[in-house]
Design a protein around this ligand. Structure first.
Ligand SMILES: [Fe+2]
Length: 170
């Protein structure tokens, strides 16, 4: 049908490997995207949440590289993920169209949560596939990362509760 390049997905395992490579691209872009979000957030708690998740994300990059090496004959590379590029661009758009302060912060939280939900969906699929493939250490590692993403998302919900009210009050 011509929608897929012929080389990448030959089997369920190669589909799984591809997913890990997408995730590596996603996390690498998030490390950079968070740099900008840290710089443009005003709320102290939000800045700290972005900073600690950036450190966590750097660790996720390292773990993903190890997982990819194991299923890809030592060959560690990523695969361009256009969705995360668009999500990060939407955050940059909020920054360019707002002043620093609580309204911008509310927009940045929403963007960060969209990113978290995209990651949660992507890691959820990868973990399920690793389970079917019998890759138990991968299941364990991916579950740990999934828990980190869920925790980050939960923290953003908590911050949003307060920050949205502040944004409304002006
Ligand atoms: Fe992540």
């Amino acid at each position: 049908m011509g929608f897929l390049t012929p080389n990448d997905i030959k089997s369920f395992k190669s589909l799984y490997t591809l997913q890990l490579r997408y995730l590596l691209c996603i996390e690498t872009q998030i490390v950079k995207g968070l740099e900008s979000m840290i710089a443009h957030a005003s709320d102290t708690q939000l800045k700290q949440a972005f900073q600690s998740h950036q450190q966590e994300t750097e660790g996720q990059v390292t773990r993903l590289k190890a997982l990819i090496g194991e299923v890809n004959d030592g060959d560690v590379d990523d695969k361009k993920d256009v969705i995360i590029t668009a999500l990060i661009a939407s955050g940059a758009n909020i920054v360019s169209e707002s002043e620093a302060g609580p309204v911008r912060d509310a927009g940045l939280i929403a963007t960060a949560q969209k990113i978290e939900h995209y990651e949660i969906a992507s890691y959820g699929a990868a973990r399920s596939w690793a389970k079917v493939l019998g890759l138990s250490t991968h299941v364990e590692q991916l579950q740990k990362i999934l828990d980190e993403e869920k925790h980050a998302d939960h923290l953003l919900y908590t911050i949003a509760d307060r920050a949205n009210t502040e944004a409304f009050a002006g």
